[in-house]
Ligand binder design. Sequence first.
Ligand SMILES: Cc1cc2nc3c(=O)[nH]c(=O)nc-3n(C[C@H](O)[C@H](O)[C@H](O)COP(=O)(O)OP(=O)(O)OC[C@H]3O[C@@H](n4cnc5c(N)ncnc54)[C@H](O)[C@@H]3O)c2cc1C
Length: 474
Amino acid sequence: MPLSTAEIASALADLVGSDNLVTDATHMGAWLNEPRKRFHVPAAAVVTPPDLAAVQAVMAWAHAHGVAIIPQGGNTGLVGAQVPRSGGEVILSLQKLDRIRSLDLAAGVMVAEAGVILETAHKAAEDAGAMFPLWLASQGSARIGGVLSSNAGGVNVLAYGNARELTLGVEAVLADGRLYRGLNALKKDNTGYDLKDLLVGAEGTLGIITAASLKLYPLPEDYETALVNVASPQAALEMFQLMRQRAGARLNAFELIPWIGLDFQLRHNMLDRDPTASASPWYALIELTRMAGTAPGALQSSLEAAFEAGLISDAVLAESLADRTRMWAFREQMSECQSREGASIKHDVSVPIAAIPALIAEGSAAAEKLVPGIRPVPFGHMGDGNIHFNFSMPLGADPKAFMAEFDEAMHEAIYEVVLRHGGSVSAEHGIGQLKVDLLERVKDPVALEMMRAIKTALDPKGILNPGKMLRAAP
Ligand SMILES: Cc1cc2nc3c(=O)[nH]c(=O)nc-3n(C[C@H](O)[C@H](O)[C@H](O)COP(=O)(O)OP(=O)(O)OC[C@H]3O[C@@H](n4cnc5c(N)ncnc54)[C@H](O)[C@@H]3O)c2cc1C
């Protein structure tokens, strides 16, 4: 017999105390209200264990009684992975495990607990004279456990990799409460399967990450940043290749932004002034790092070469921190400006980078055929082949009717183009509950069988985040 909500609340109160438990649904908003405002299912309780031993105790109890547990960090995930799906699950928030346990500058390793806010991790690294190079617009709320569990990407994947590549080891509580002590700080360790790589990106379905050893990098002396006018995604692609050849690993970011994004932001007064040099159908935000002891000017000379080659028509170089901040705000506000334009249908997709121009052209044509007047807003991490391929509703449309009528059909149309070009239907936001059925349809069947076998081996009762990433066992 499954436990009742009252029995769950009473058992958890005995385990962790009422200070670490929320059972009144009217006080659960912070843990239930997710950024996409799509998933609104109640939880049986929210538990906030104060330490590692309490996480283990909760999991041992949940395993014994078959209670579903949803690990949660900052609740900023965009695919509904961190909130209930069927109702009656317990949200286990790691927010109180928020210590930086150690920071070894010489080894370039920081050990942070799962509840450390990403921005706090940045600051800890910077205070020590180093850098943890994972930046997201949600970094003021996202927590290390959530960032790793969603294998987050962000704006500097090009130079430093995504969360998986920035993680050396993890400590995790397994479904039955056992502790996996994997806080490895080794760059080389060929002693079997890479369990860290399984837990990172597992969206809380295989274990609860309680701490991680993270890679630190030297702090750059400075950044060189420019907003460049490009005529088309094809020109942006050629510009990217030029930058790669000239800057190599110093190329920190290469983001693509369409003119419509500038139009949205200026119309909604989201910028204090236009950060671009002049009007252009597309912009590329390009940034290089400059390490101590190297001369400035690498970006400027690359831009001059690009002008001569006819790849770009205009550009503005950041001359101050304020300029750089304004340029990045233009990029970071791309999601927000779309919400001010009414409903939009979103896709977080990736393709081999050379296919980006075709993806944008074919996807936009398919969308316009389906919904005349729809406004394509493709933007994002061009250097990673990752485009946030979003579509704002036609001017004057009714938002609810637009979503009800076209959401599904648009997904079908865009994913068809993505898959035809050898791409992925989830580049960095994950699967969660949003894309479970889609994954079943598009993922290689053998890969799905392997994923299910791993899930069954590590969580035989299916209590860890059931129904997320993979369909729940019947
Ligand atoms: C404005 C905005 C911008 C964003 N930009 C980006 C971006 O550029 N790139 C990107 O990749 N993502 C981005 N995201 C998505 C999101 O912020 C990231 O996925 C982030 O990494 C999630 O961290 P979190 O702590 O909020 O995790 P949550 O949302 O709380 O959880 C995410 C997933 O991790 C699991 N989880 C959480 N903690 C643990 C743990 N300790 N152990 C095991 N599982 C756990 C949850 O069950 C869930 O499956 C953005 C989101 C917003 C709102």
